[in-house]
Each structure stands twice: as structure tokens, then as C-alpha cells.
Design a protein around this ligand. Structure first.
Ligand code: CA
Length: 229
């Protein structure tokens, strides 16, 4: 059974969507604000998210952006204004579809089914196994862009993931902060290399048992960082 998360602050609309989706044999959860919706979407094992744009607190644009950094499930955005749809497209948030209010519940269900079918085809067609790096309990799934340590999954931002994966793919090689910044942030300018330090710190907090005595990413004083194998 596919699991759907509805993030919608208007109770009547959320109830209507939920009823119709449940009639079509979907398991449905509802969150009524952006913050709890994002947290639930990230923690839960959902197959699709229906995301209202105008939400109290964190709006749908922000929820979509943050969700997309970590998960690759279909997002169907719901908006009361046609203008918002142009904005969603313009921002390139990675929403898979848009539907304007008012819509018929059967149209919503049809769209949900179409996206799930398309997504399953994409995932199912990938016969290749995921590309995975495993080093002393650290598991980096490059295909799914997921990281776990001793079986516990950790949330990584896009750049944190890129940086860790790059270092792990080039073990025993010392990289300067400047070089890492150029490679991961794709900028030729010197930029703010402190960004690298901040990201290394965050990665260590997630994967190291003791950040002050790192076992994976070593600091080579005055030079840069090296991934230990
Ligand atoms: Ca709303």
C-alpha cells in the first residue's frame, strides 16, 4: 500500500483529500503546518507528498526546497493561485506537479496514481544495484544519496553529502580547503573557504563517535583534510 502525506492547513480540504485517497486504498497521514509536515515527510517512509503552498509558518516553497535536499519522492503542490504555479516553476523547486484549488478529488487521485506509477517505473527500471561505499560502519549510498553510520541513517544536506562522498572516494589523499571548495561548490573564485570548515564540522558531528578525535576525516594541520581508510 502506498503511503501519502498531506501537508494542508485547511482541515476541510485535508479531510476531503484524505477520504478520497483512502477510498483508493492509500494510507494517508495529514500535517497541518509546514514545520511538522517537513519533519514528518523526512522521518516517514512516504511514497508521495501533497503539499499546500500557503501554510502557517514555513510555507510550501520552503518545505519543498528543504524536502528536495534530502528526499527524491514525488511532490504534488497545491495552490489557490495560478500565479503561484508560475512561481513554483520559476524557482525550480523540483515539485513534480501542480494543481490549483478548487480541484475535483478524483482529479487529485488520478494525478497521485499517475505520479506513483511513473516513479515506480523509474525506480523499478534501475536494475543496477546502488553504488555504495562502506568504510568501518559508515555507509554512503551514492545512488540514493543516503548516509548511515552503524545502521543509523543520518540526514545530510546536498553539499555535506557531496563533500563526504568526494573525500570517501579519494581516500588517503589530502585536499586543501580551497580545492574542496572549488570541487564541491563549483566556483573558480576563492570564495569563502570557511564554508568547507563548517561543513566538515557538521559531517563529523553526524558520523564520528568523537568529533575531537575523528576516525574518518582527519585534519592535516596547515594543509587540509584527508579521508582515512
Ligand atoms: Ca493553505
Amino acid at each position: 500500500m502506498s503511503r501519502i502525506l498531506i501537508i494542508e492547513d485547511e482541515e476541510a480540504i485535508a479531510d476531503l483529500e484524505k477520504d478520497y485517497l483512502e477510498l483508493s486504498d492509500f494510507a494517508v497521514d495529514v500535517c497541518s503546518d509546514g514545520e511538522s509536515g517537513l519533519a514528518t515527510a523526512l522521518e516517514g517512509d512516504y511514497d508521495l507528498v501533497i503539499l499546500d503552498l500557503m501554510l502557517p509558518g514555513m510555507d510550501g516553497f520552503e518545505v519543498c526546497r528543504l524536502l528536495r535536499e534530502k528526499k527524491d519522492i514525488p511532490v504534488l503542490m497545491v495552490s489557490a493561485k495560478k500565479d503561484d504555479i508560475d512561481k513554483i516553476r520559476g524557482l525550480g523547486l523540483g515539485a513534480d506537479d501542480y494543481i490549483t484549488k478548487p480541484f475535483s478529488p478524483s482529479e487529485l487521485v488520478a494525478r497521485v496514481k499517475a505520479h506513483l506509477a511513473r516513479y515506480e517505473r523509474l525506480v523499478g527500471s534501475g536494475v543496477k544495484p546502488n553504488e555504495v561505499l562502506e568504510i568501518r560502519g559508515l555507509r554512503i549510498d551514492k545512488t540514493a544519496r543516503r548516509v548511515s553510520i552503524d545502521g543509523e541513517e543520518k540526514n545530510f544536506t546536498t553539499k555535506e553529502f557531496d563533500l563526504l562522498a568526494f573525500l570517501a572516494e579519494h581516500p588517503n589523499h589530502v585536499y586543501s580547503k580551497e580545492e574542496l571548495f572549488r570541487r564541491i561548490w563549483n566556483m573558480d573564485s576563492v570564495g569563502d573557504i570557511a564554508t568547507v570548515t563548517v561543513h566538515i564540522k557538521k559531517i563529523r558531528e553526524k558520523i564520528e563517535a568523537d568529533s575531537s578525535n575523528p576516525q574518518f576525516i582527519e585534519t592535516i594541520w596547515g594543509v587540509g583534510y584527508r579521508f582515512r581508510v
